[in-house]
Design a binder for this molecule. Structure first.
Ligand code: CTP
Length: 399
Protein backbone atom coordinates (compact mmCIF):
# COMPACT_ATOMS: atom_id res chain seq x y z
CA UNK A 1 0.00 0.00 0.00
CA UNK A 2 2.83 2.39 0.83
CA UNK A 3 5.15 1.35 -1.95
CA UNK A 4 6.50 4.37 -3.87
CA UNK A 5 4.34 6.76 -1.86
CA UNK A 6 6.07 10.08 -1.18
CA UNK A 7 5.70 11.07 2.44
CA UNK A 8 6.91 14.41 3.68
CA UNK A 9 7.41 14.53 7.44
CA UNK A 10 7.67 17.89 9.16
CA UNK A 11 9.42 17.58 12.50
CA UNK A 12 9.09 20.45 14.99
CA UNK A 13 10.62 21.09 18.40
CA UNK A 14 9.32 18.53 20.83
CA UNK A 15 10.99 15.76 22.79
CA UNK A 16 8.75 13.28 20.91
CA UNK A 17 11.02 13.90 17.87
CA UNK A 18 13.15 11.03 19.21
CA UNK A 19 10.40 8.63 18.06
CA UNK A 20 10.51 9.79 14.43
CA UNK A 21 13.46 7.60 13.31
CA UNK A 22 11.36 4.53 14.22
CA UNK A 23 8.45 5.82 12.13
CA UNK A 24 10.76 6.56 9.20
CA UNK A 25 12.17 3.03 9.35
CA UNK A 26 8.67 1.53 9.28
CA UNK A 27 7.67 3.67 6.30
CA UNK A 28 10.86 2.91 4.39
CA UNK A 29 10.48 -0.82 5.07
CA UNK A 30 6.99 -0.62 3.57
CA UNK A 31 8.48 0.89 0.40
CA UNK A 32 7.62 4.58 0.93
CA UNK A 33 9.95 7.47 0.07
CA UNK A 34 10.40 9.73 3.07
CA UNK A 35 11.62 13.31 3.05
CA UNK A 36 12.19 15.06 6.35
CA UNK A 37 11.93 18.79 6.94
CA UNK A 38 12.91 20.04 10.40
CA UNK A 39 12.20 23.33 12.08
CA UNK A 40 15.35 24.93 13.56
CA UNK A 41 14.43 23.95 17.13
CA UNK A 42 13.66 20.32 16.17
CA UNK A 43 17.41 19.85 15.63
CA UNK A 44 17.90 20.15 19.41
CA UNK A 45 15.83 17.00 19.96
CA UNK A 46 16.99 14.65 17.19
CA UNK A 47 19.96 15.10 14.89
CA UNK A 48 19.52 15.69 11.16
CA UNK A 49 22.22 13.03 10.68
CA UNK A 50 20.04 10.37 12.34
CA UNK A 51 17.04 11.30 10.23
CA UNK A 52 18.94 11.59 6.96
CA UNK A 53 20.49 8.17 7.61
CA UNK A 54 17.17 6.41 8.23
CA UNK A 55 15.34 8.25 5.44
CA UNK A 56 18.28 7.88 3.03
CA UNK A 57 17.82 11.51 1.93
CA UNK A 58 19.35 14.76 3.14
CA UNK A 59 17.22 16.41 5.80
CA UNK A 60 16.03 19.88 4.84
CA UNK A 61 15.95 22.70 7.35
CA UNK A 62 16.56 25.96 5.49
CA UNK A 63 14.80 27.66 2.61
CA UNK A 64 18.06 29.18 1.50
CA UNK A 65 21.65 28.23 2.28
CA UNK A 66 23.67 31.46 2.11
CA UNK A 67 27.00 29.58 2.14
CA UNK A 68 26.25 27.66 -1.10
CA UNK A 69 23.51 29.82 -2.60
CA UNK A 70 21.35 26.63 -2.68
CA UNK A 71 17.60 27.01 -2.58
CA UNK A 72 15.11 24.38 -1.37
CA UNK A 73 11.87 24.86 -3.26
CA UNK A 74 8.98 24.53 -0.83
CA UNK A 75 6.60 24.45 -3.80
CA UNK A 76 8.34 21.46 -5.41
CA UNK A 77 8.50 19.67 -2.06
CA UNK A 78 4.80 20.21 -1.48
CA UNK A 79 3.92 18.95 -4.96
CA UNK A 80 6.19 15.89 -4.57
CA UNK A 81 4.35 14.71 -1.46
CA UNK A 82 1.44 12.28 -1.49
CA UNK A 83 1.01 13.08 2.19
CA UNK A 84 2.34 15.75 4.53
CA UNK A 85 2.67 14.57 8.12
CA UNK A 86 3.54 16.96 10.93
CA UNK A 87 4.96 14.84 13.73
CA UNK A 88 5.66 15.79 16.39
CA UNK A 89 3.77 19.05 16.03
CA UNK A 90 4.76 21.52 18.75
CA UNK A 91 2.34 24.10 20.15
CA UNK A 92 4.42 26.82 18.48
CA UNK A 93 4.40 25.34 14.95
CA UNK A 94 0.72 24.44 15.36
CA UNK A 95 -0.07 28.08 16.19
CA UNK A 96 1.95 29.33 13.22
CA UNK A 97 0.16 26.90 10.89
CA UNK A 98 -3.20 28.01 12.19
CA UNK A 99 -2.32 31.65 11.50
CA UNK A 100 -0.55 31.28 8.17
CA UNK A 101 2.88 32.30 9.42
CA UNK A 102 5.65 31.21 7.06
CA UNK A 103 8.97 31.89 8.75
CA UNK A 104 10.75 28.59 8.01
CA UNK A 105 10.93 25.90 5.32
CA UNK A 106 8.41 23.63 7.04
CA UNK A 107 5.79 26.37 7.27
CA UNK A 108 6.28 27.62 3.69
CA UNK A 109 5.95 24.01 2.51
CA UNK A 110 2.77 23.59 4.55
CA UNK A 111 1.27 26.68 2.95
CA UNK A 112 2.10 25.32 -0.52
CA UNK A 113 0.72 21.81 0.14
CA UNK A 114 -2.17 20.64 -1.99
CA UNK A 115 -2.00 17.17 -0.54
CA UNK A 116 -3.65 15.71 2.57
CA UNK A 117 -2.17 16.90 5.86
CA UNK A 118 -1.95 14.77 9.01
CA UNK A 119 -0.76 16.19 12.30
CA UNK A 120 0.34 14.56 15.52
CA UNK A 121 0.59 17.17 18.31
CA UNK A 122 3.00 16.62 21.19
CA UNK A 123 3.29 18.96 24.15
CA UNK A 124 2.90 19.20 27.88
CA UNK A 125 -0.61 18.65 29.24
CA UNK A 126 -1.31 22.26 30.21
CA UNK A 127 -0.15 23.53 26.83
CA UNK A 128 -2.39 20.93 25.21
CA UNK A 129 -5.36 21.95 27.36
CA UNK A 130 -4.81 25.66 26.73
CA UNK A 131 -7.74 27.32 24.90
CA UNK A 132 -5.43 28.77 22.23
CA UNK A 133 -4.06 25.28 21.43
CA UNK A 134 -7.60 23.88 21.31
CA UNK A 135 -8.61 26.68 18.96
CA UNK A 136 -5.60 26.13 16.71
CA UNK A 137 -6.28 22.40 16.49
CA UNK A 138 -9.89 23.18 15.59
CA UNK A 139 -8.66 25.53 12.84
CA UNK A 140 -6.63 22.69 11.29
CA UNK A 141 -9.59 20.31 11.62
CA UNK A 142 -11.79 22.88 9.85
CA UNK A 143 -9.26 22.72 7.00
CA UNK A 144 -10.01 18.97 6.85
CA UNK A 145 -6.56 18.02 8.13
CA UNK A 146 -6.39 14.67 9.94
CA UNK A 147 -5.62 14.78 13.66
CA UNK A 148 -3.60 11.98 15.22
CA UNK A 149 -4.59 12.64 18.80
CA UNK A 150 -1.97 12.62 21.52
CA UNK A 151 -2.29 9.89 24.09
CA UNK A 152 -2.35 10.10 27.88
CA UNK A 153 0.60 9.10 30.00
CA UNK A 154 3.72 10.29 31.67
CA UNK A 155 5.15 13.39 29.99
CA UNK A 156 8.73 14.63 29.76
CA UNK A 157 7.92 17.20 32.49
CA UNK A 158 7.08 14.37 34.87
CA UNK A 159 3.42 15.35 34.83
CA UNK A 160 0.79 12.85 33.76
CA UNK A 161 -1.95 13.52 31.23
CA UNK A 162 -2.76 14.03 27.55
CA UNK A 163 -0.02 15.37 25.30
CA UNK A 164 2.21 12.41 24.42
CA UNK A 165 2.63 11.97 20.69
CA UNK A 166 1.01 8.77 19.45
CA UNK A 167 3.47 5.85 19.19
CA UNK A 168 5.27 5.50 15.82
CA UNK A 169 3.68 2.07 15.14
CA UNK A 170 0.20 3.59 15.49
CA UNK A 171 1.06 6.61 13.33
CA UNK A 172 2.37 4.16 10.72
CA UNK A 173 -0.93 2.22 10.88
CA UNK A 174 -2.93 5.43 10.38
CA UNK A 175 -0.85 6.40 7.35
CA UNK A 176 -1.40 2.92 5.90
CA UNK A 177 -5.14 3.13 6.51
CA UNK A 178 -5.21 6.54 4.85
CA UNK A 179 -3.75 5.14 1.61
CA UNK A 180 -5.86 1.97 1.79
CA UNK A 181 -9.05 3.98 1.33
CA UNK A 182 -7.97 4.83 -2.25
CA UNK A 183 -7.57 1.21 -3.32
CA UNK A 184 -10.58 -0.62 -4.68
CA UNK A 185 -8.83 -3.78 -3.52
CA UNK A 186 -9.00 -2.99 0.18
CA UNK A 187 -10.80 -5.84 1.92
CA UNK A 188 -11.40 -7.72 -1.35
CA UNK A 189 -10.85 -11.47 -1.28
CA UNK A 190 -8.45 -12.57 -3.99
CA UNK A 191 -7.22 -16.06 -4.80
CA UNK A 192 -3.88 -16.37 -6.59
CA UNK A 193 -2.43 -19.65 -7.83
CA UNK A 194 1.30 -19.78 -8.44
CA UNK A 195 4.14 -22.11 -9.33
CA UNK A 196 4.23 -25.46 -11.11
CA UNK A 197 2.45 -28.69 -10.32
CA UNK A 198 4.27 -31.99 -9.95
CA UNK A 199 2.61 -35.12 -11.30
CA UNK A 200 3.90 -38.28 -9.64
CA UNK A 201 5.16 -41.19 -11.68
CA UNK A 202 6.25 -43.20 -8.66
CA UNK A 203 7.31 -42.26 -5.09
CA UNK A 204 10.55 -40.62 -6.31
CA UNK A 205 9.83 -39.31 -9.82
CA UNK A 206 7.46 -36.77 -11.22
CA UNK A 207 6.62 -34.71 -14.31
CA UNK A 208 6.99 -30.99 -13.61
CA UNK A 209 7.79 -27.75 -15.36
CA UNK A 210 10.19 -24.83 -14.96
CA UNK A 211 7.77 -22.40 -13.30
CA UNK A 212 9.46 -20.73 -10.29
CA UNK A 213 6.25 -19.18 -8.92
CA UNK A 214 7.91 -15.73 -8.84
CA UNK A 215 5.27 -14.05 -11.01
CA UNK A 216 2.32 -15.36 -8.98
CA UNK A 217 4.03 -14.53 -5.68
CA UNK A 218 4.79 -10.99 -6.90
CA UNK A 219 1.11 -10.54 -7.82
CA UNK A 220 0.01 -11.87 -4.42
CA UNK A 221 2.39 -9.46 -2.68
CA UNK A 222 1.18 -6.47 -4.69
CA UNK A 223 -2.45 -7.33 -3.91
CA UNK A 224 -1.68 -7.60 -0.20
CA UNK A 225 0.14 -4.25 -0.36
CA UNK A 226 -3.06 -2.71 -1.69
CA UNK A 227 -5.15 -4.09 1.15
CA UNK A 228 -6.59 -7.25 -0.43
CA UNK A 229 -7.11 -10.44 1.60
CA UNK A 230 -5.06 -12.87 -0.44
CA UNK A 231 -5.36 -16.65 -0.53
CA UNK A 232 -2.19 -17.94 -2.13
CA UNK A 233 -2.38 -21.43 -3.60
CA UNK A 234 1.18 -22.47 -4.23
CA UNK A 235 2.57 -25.40 -6.14
CA UNK A 236 5.96 -26.82 -5.09
CA UNK A 237 8.19 -23.72 -4.95
CA UNK A 238 10.94 -22.58 -2.63
CA UNK A 239 9.59 -19.08 -2.07
CA UNK A 240 8.79 -17.48 1.28
CA UNK A 241 5.25 -16.27 1.83
CA UNK A 242 5.14 -12.50 1.12
CA UNK A 243 4.45 -10.20 4.08
CA UNK A 244 0.74 -9.51 4.52
CA UNK A 245 -0.45 -12.94 3.36
CA UNK A 246 -1.81 -15.15 6.08
CA UNK A 247 -3.59 -17.74 3.99
CA UNK A 248 -1.22 -19.93 1.99
CA UNK A 249 -2.21 -23.40 0.81
CA UNK A 250 0.55 -25.59 -0.54
CA UNK A 251 -0.39 -28.15 -3.17
CA UNK A 252 1.59 -30.58 -5.28
CA UNK A 253 -0.42 -31.94 -8.20
CA UNK A 254 -2.95 -30.47 -10.64
CA UNK A 255 -5.64 -32.55 -8.90
CA UNK A 256 -4.71 -31.02 -5.49
CA UNK A 257 -4.76 -27.54 -6.99
CA UNK A 258 -8.17 -28.15 -8.57
CA UNK A 259 -9.58 -29.30 -5.22
CA UNK A 260 -8.27 -26.26 -3.30
CA UNK A 261 -9.28 -23.78 -6.04
CA UNK A 262 -12.80 -25.22 -6.22
CA UNK A 263 -13.14 -24.90 -2.45
CA UNK A 264 -11.75 -21.37 -2.37
CA UNK A 265 -13.09 -19.60 -5.46
CA UNK A 266 -16.81 -19.34 -4.52
CA UNK A 267 -15.82 -17.15 -1.53
CA UNK A 268 -13.61 -14.87 -3.63
CA UNK A 269 -14.13 -11.54 -5.40
CA UNK A 270 -11.26 -12.19 -7.78
CA UNK A 271 -9.38 -15.29 -8.99
CA UNK A 272 -5.98 -15.10 -10.67
CA UNK A 273 -4.58 -18.32 -12.10
CA UNK A 274 -0.87 -17.67 -12.54
CA UNK A 275 0.12 -21.29 -11.89
CA UNK A 276 1.65 -23.39 -14.64
CA UNK A 277 -0.67 -26.35 -14.15
CA UNK A 278 0.27 -29.62 -15.80
CA UNK A 279 -1.97 -30.46 -18.74
CA UNK A 280 -1.20 -34.17 -18.45
CA UNK A 281 -0.61 -36.57 -15.58
CA UNK A 282 0.50 -40.23 -15.56
CA UNK A 283 -2.49 -42.52 -15.92
CA UNK A 284 -1.24 -44.64 -13.04
CA UNK A 285 1.06 -43.70 -10.18
CA UNK A 286 3.21 -46.59 -9.08
CA UNK A 287 3.27 -47.23 -5.35
CA UNK A 288 6.80 -48.64 -5.45
CA UNK A 289 9.77 -47.10 -7.25
CA UNK A 290 9.96 -48.34 -10.85
CA UNK A 291 13.07 -50.49 -11.22
CA UNK A 292 15.27 -50.24 -14.29
CA UNK A 293 14.69 -53.24 -16.46
CA UNK A 294 15.95 -54.12 -19.86
CA UNK A 295 13.04 -52.35 -21.50
CA UNK A 296 12.38 -48.67 -20.86
CA UNK A 297 8.89 -48.22 -19.40
CA UNK A 298 6.25 -46.43 -21.45
CA UNK A 299 4.43 -43.65 -19.59
CA UNK A 300 0.75 -43.40 -20.38
CA UNK A 301 -0.63 -39.93 -19.71
CA UNK A 302 -4.11 -38.66 -19.22
CA UNK A 303 -5.36 -35.05 -19.45
CA UNK A 304 -5.80 -33.10 -16.21
CA UNK A 305 -8.89 -31.01 -15.65
CA UNK A 306 -8.49 -27.37 -16.76
CA UNK A 307 -8.93 -25.52 -13.47
CA UNK A 308 -9.33 -22.10 -15.07
CA UNK A 309 -12.06 -23.40 -17.36
CA UNK A 310 -13.85 -24.96 -14.38
CA UNK A 311 -13.66 -21.64 -12.48
CA UNK A 312 -14.85 -19.71 -15.56
CA UNK A 313 -17.88 -21.98 -15.78
CA UNK A 314 -18.88 -21.33 -12.16
CA UNK A 315 -17.97 -17.61 -12.11
CA UNK A 316 -20.67 -15.33 -10.67
CA UNK A 317 -21.43 -11.84 -12.05
CA UNK A 318 -19.67 -10.08 -9.13
CA UNK A 319 -16.46 -12.09 -9.63
CA UNK A 320 -13.47 -11.31 -11.83
CA UNK A 321 -11.34 -14.09 -13.28
CA UNK A 322 -7.86 -13.62 -14.70
CA UNK A 323 -5.90 -16.25 -16.60
CA UNK A 324 -2.48 -16.52 -18.13
CA UNK A 325 -1.52 -17.81 -21.54
CA UNK A 326 1.85 -19.05 -22.61
CA UNK A 327 2.06 -19.09 -26.37
CA UNK A 328 4.81 -19.66 -28.89
CA UNK A 329 2.86 -18.77 -32.07
CA UNK A 330 -0.26 -16.77 -33.07
CA UNK A 331 -0.03 -15.37 -29.59
CA UNK A 332 -2.79 -12.75 -29.48
CA UNK A 333 -5.20 -14.88 -31.49
CA UNK A 334 -4.71 -17.89 -29.20
CA UNK A 335 -4.91 -15.76 -26.05
CA UNK A 336 -8.20 -14.25 -27.25
CA UNK A 337 -9.62 -17.72 -27.85
CA UNK A 338 -8.69 -18.67 -24.25
CA UNK A 339 -10.22 -15.43 -22.89
CA UNK A 340 -13.60 -16.31 -24.37
CA UNK A 341 -13.50 -20.09 -24.06
CA UNK A 342 -12.60 -19.93 -20.34
CA UNK A 343 -14.99 -17.02 -19.63
CA UNK A 344 -12.22 -14.72 -18.35
CA UNK A 345 -12.25 -10.99 -17.75
CA UNK A 346 -8.56 -10.61 -18.46
CA UNK A 347 -5.83 -12.71 -19.96
CA UNK A 348 -2.14 -12.07 -19.44
CA UNK A 349 -0.06 -13.26 -22.33
CA UNK A 350 3.55 -14.33 -21.77
CA UNK A 351 5.67 -14.94 -24.76
CA UNK A 352 8.52 -17.41 -24.52
CA UNK A 353 10.00 -15.72 -27.59
CA UNK A 354 11.00 -12.62 -25.65
CA UNK A 355 14.50 -12.61 -24.16
CA UNK A 356 14.41 -12.36 -20.37
CA UNK A 357 10.71 -13.22 -20.16
CA UNK A 358 8.97 -16.25 -18.69
CA UNK A 359 10.13 -19.17 -16.57
CA UNK A 360 13.01 -18.73 -14.17
CA UNK A 361 13.75 -15.09 -15.08
CA UNK A 362 13.35 -12.18 -12.69
CA UNK A 363 11.89 -10.17 -15.55
CA UNK A 364 8.86 -10.63 -17.73
CA UNK A 365 7.23 -9.10 -20.78
CA UNK A 366 3.47 -9.27 -21.08
CA UNK A 367 0.50 -8.29 -23.17
CA UNK A 368 -2.87 -7.96 -21.45
CA UNK A 369 -6.20 -8.43 -23.19
CA UNK A 370 -9.55 -7.76 -21.58
CA UNK A 371 -13.04 -8.20 -22.99
CA UNK A 372 -12.61 -5.10 -25.17
CA UNK A 373 -10.12 -7.27 -27.11
CA UNK A 374 -7.54 -4.48 -27.42
CA UNK A 375 -4.11 -5.93 -26.61
CA UNK A 376 -2.04 -3.74 -24.29
CA UNK A 377 1.68 -4.53 -24.52
CA UNK A 378 4.32 -3.70 -21.92
CA UNK A 379 8.12 -3.65 -22.12
CA UNK A 380 10.54 -5.94 -20.29
CA UNK A 381 10.24 -5.22 -16.57
CA UNK A 382 11.02 -6.84 -13.23
CA UNK A 383 8.33 -9.28 -12.11
CA UNK A 384 7.47 -6.84 -9.27
CA UNK A 385 6.81 -4.08 -11.81
CA UNK A 386 4.82 -6.46 -14.01
CA UNK A 387 2.74 -7.44 -10.96
CA UNK A 388 2.00 -3.76 -10.40
CA UNK A 389 0.81 -3.37 -14.02
CA UNK A 390 -1.40 -6.45 -13.72
CA UNK A 391 -2.93 -5.30 -10.42
CA UNK A 392 -3.46 -1.76 -11.83
CA UNK A 393 -5.32 -3.33 -14.74
CA UNK A 394 -7.44 -5.50 -12.43
CA UNK A 395 -8.32 -2.40 -10.36
CA UNK A 396 -9.37 -0.62 -13.54
CA UNK A 397 -11.74 -3.51 -14.34
CA UNK A 398 -13.36 -3.43 -10.88
CA UNK A 399 -16.67 -1.58 -10.60
N1 CTP B 1 -4.61 -23.80 -16.47
C1 CTP B 1 -5.42 -24.39 -15.54
N2 CTP B 1 -5.53 -25.75 -15.49
C2 CTP B 1 -4.84 -26.53 -16.35
C3 CTP B 1 -4.02 -25.92 -17.29
C4 CTP B 1 -3.91 -24.56 -17.34
O1 CTP B 1 -6.04 -23.70 -14.76
N3 CTP B 1 -4.96 -27.83 -16.25
C5 CTP B 1 -4.55 -22.35 -16.52
C6 CTP B 1 -3.21 -21.72 -16.19
O2 CTP B 1 -3.10 -21.44 -14.81
C7 CTP B 1 -3.23 -20.44 -17.02
C8 CTP B 1 -4.08 -20.81 -18.21
O3 CTP B 1 -4.80 -21.97 -17.83
O4 CTP B 1 -3.86 -19.38 -16.32
C9 CTP B 1 -3.39 -21.02 -19.49
O5 CTP B 1 -2.48 -22.06 -19.50
P1 CTP B 1 -1.75 -22.48 -20.88
O6 CTP B 1 -0.86 -23.64 -20.54
O7 CTP B 1 -1.17 -21.32 -21.57
O8 CTP B 1 -2.94 -22.89 -21.76
P2 CTP B 1 -3.86 -24.11 -21.86
O9 CTP B 1 -5.24 -23.60 -21.66
O10 CTP B 1 -3.42 -25.20 -20.96
O11 CTP B 1 -3.74 -24.48 -23.37
P3 CTP B 1 -2.50 -24.94 -24.28
O12 CTP B 1 -1.51 -25.58 -23.36
O13 CTP B 1 -3.09 -25.85 -25.24
O14 CTP B 1 -1.99 -23.66 -24.90
Amino acid sequence: MLRDKNILIGVSGSIAAYKIPVLVRLLRKAGANVQIIMTPSAKDFVTPLTLSTVSNRPVLTQVFKPETGEWNSHVELALWADLLLLAPLSANTLAKMAHGIADNLLLTTYLSARTEVMFAPAMDLDMYKHPSTKKNIQTLLDRKHILIEPTEGELASGLCGAGRMEEPENIFRKIKQYFEQFSKLTGKKVMVSAGPTFESIDPVRFIGNHSSGKMGFAIAKELANRGAEVSLIAGPVSLATPVGITNRRNVVSAADMLEVCNECFPKMDIGIMAAAVADFTPQTKEIQKIKKGNVAPVLKLTATKDILLALGNQKQSHQLLVGFALETENEVENALKKLHHKNLDLIVLNSLQDNGAGFGHDTNMITMIDRSEHPQSFGLKSKEEVAKDIVDKIESLML
